[in-house]
Design a protein around this ligand. Structure first.
Ligand code: NDP
Length: 449
């Protein structure tokens, strides 16, 4: 009899969820982890990022409060050490909770580097374990292109624990991580330059949302578009001289690269199995997350369907259910909402206008661009933007997009409605909650185009 029914490699969000669910269904489960319980999300991703984003929003809140009569001594000063230490305490608490919930579920935690030795065998250091099934949930790792001086750059793995808050930071990239950290560090008081190789950041998002966001971002940071970094030199004063592709150069205290993430498969022993990888290095799986090696499954960022924590959780549950439940659980990648915790926040569910145009013959666009009630007194020029895309033939809502405070929380509710087949008529029949920004989504009467 094998040592375990399920051996999970990686105790990130997806791996832990699959392990707990499998154990609750009676399976004998082990989870191997070589770094930290909770994976990227808990340790160097969603959670510390959101905590720093809260910290960053205070600066604008202090400024905004003056219009409401508050007199705050100026300038408000951030104690970086306090923020860092309090963040670390919270992460440490969460690591403990992950450990407890795994142990409570009956799963065994094994510390160390797990390697596949064959379809049913995993080694961790000099120990060897057998398992009927193996789940690979090793996540992703920041990717940095190689160029002269690339050894000087930091990634999202290191940025949370800088010894001091940088005065000037260059952020390279135009995706989620670049945009979120640009907002965070700008809010914390760092002078930010965001450099992106394309014309407009956030390539996969609706183009109006991107355009509105870039207008807002430009008020808080320097945006350098259609540019690349040629080389980086470390100067005697410990600053970095960055030479750009347009032959300009500038110095920064810190250079952050947020140029995507790669599946984490190094040293995993895939070569000892029949597992097949895709061109981008992700592990190839079927709709139940089974790899080409029938007893081995893979989920989350290492599969790369959508690199989002809730997606990894859902995928982990499909695997546990397939192996130890009734096997009916499935996941649909349609209408998965997503938010960027930028300044202001962005959130989206469904199709962008461009994607909708490709699949539907006639679409109607509704939009609203306004100043939040709060900013009538704060004087803050920040705009809120919302957009709804409708298929005119069926009246079905195809996409909803928002830039503004709490965009993620607002879009979350509408995502459920879209999963239920939301139509524009139903949006119109919904009574708004007044006065909120969210009510704009149910009061858009006239087509913009
Ligand atoms: P993204 O894929 O979102 O963005 C990567 C960016 O780097 C793109 O703008 C890309 O340009 C650019 N890039 C890639 N290679 C190079 C290169 N060689 N030189 C210069 N620029 C380059 O990756 P992130 O690292 O930002 O985030 C990874 C994933 O993590 C996200 O896709 C998302 O799924 C997840 N995530 C989710 C968050 C959330 O839910 N709030 C927060 C953070 C991450 P181009 O556009 O031209 O390809």
């Amino acid at each position: 009899m094998p040592d375990y029914d399920l051996f999970v490699i990686g105790a990130g969000s997806g791996g832990v969820r699959a392990a707990r669910l499998a154990a609750s269904m009676g399976a004998r489960v082990a989870v191997a982890e070589n770094r930290y319980l909770g994976g990227t999300c808990v340790n160097v991703g969603c959670i510390p990022k959101k905590l720093y984003a809260f910290a960053a929003h205070y600066q604008q809140d202090f400024i905004d409060s003056a219009g409401f009569g508050w007199q705050i001594p100026k300038p408000a000063i951030l104690d970086w050490e306090t923020l860092k230490n309090n963040k670390s305490k919270e992460i440490h608490r969460l690591n403990g909770i992950y450990s407890q919930i795994l142990e409570k579920s009956g799963a065994t935690i094994i510390n160390g580097n797990a390697k596949l030795e064959g379809p049913g065998t995993v080694s961790v250091g000099d120990q060897s374990f057998t398992a009927s099934h193996i789940l690979i949930a090793t996540g992703g790792w920041p990717f940095v292109p190689t160029f002269s001086g690339s050894e000087h750059v930091l990634t999202s793995n290191e940025i949370f624990d800088l010894p001091r808050l940088p005065a000037r930071m260059l952020i390279v990239g135009g995706g989620y991580i670049a945009v979120e950290f640009a907002g965070i560090f700008s809010g914390l008081g760092t002078e930010i330059t965001l450099a992106y190789r394309g014309r407009e950041i956030l390539k996969q998002f609706d183009s109006d949302l991107r355009a509105h966001f870039m207008q807002e971002a430009a008020r808080h940071m320097k945006l350098l578009m259609e540019i690349d970094v040629k080389s980086i030199e470390l100067l005697e004063n410990s600053k970095y001289l960055v030479n750009f592709s347009d032959d300009s150069s500038a110095t920064y205290d810190t250079v952050l690269y947020a140029t995507g993430r790669k599946p984490n498969t190094k040293g995993l022993g895939l070569e000892n199995t029949a597992i097949v990888t895709n061109n981008n290095g992700t592990i190839k799986v079927d709709d139940k997350f089974r790899t080409d090696e029938p007893s081995i499954f893979a989920i989350g960022d290492v599969v790369g369907h959508m690199a989002l924590t809730p997606v990894a959780l859902a995928e982990g549950m499909v695997v546990a259910d397939t192996l130890f439940g009734d096997g009916r659980r499935q996941i649909s990648y349609d209408n998965i909402p997503t938010a960027i915790f930028s300044h202001p926040n962005l959130a989206t569910v469904g199709l962008s206008e461009q994607a909708a145009q490709e699949s539907y013959t006639d679409i109607a666009i509704y939009e609203s661009d306004f100043r939040h009630l709060r900013h009538t007194l704060s004087g803050n020029p920040e705009r809120t933007y919302m957009k709804v895309i409708v298929d005119t033939a069926t009246d079905k809502v195809l996409g909803m997009h928002m830039m503004g405070s709490d965009a993620g929380a607002i879009i979350q509710g509408f995502a459920t409605a879209m999963i239920c087949g939301l139509t524009k008529r139903q949006l119109d029949a919904t009574i708004g909650i007044h006065p909120t920004a969210a009510e704009e989504f149910v009061t858009m009467r006239s087509r913009a185009r």
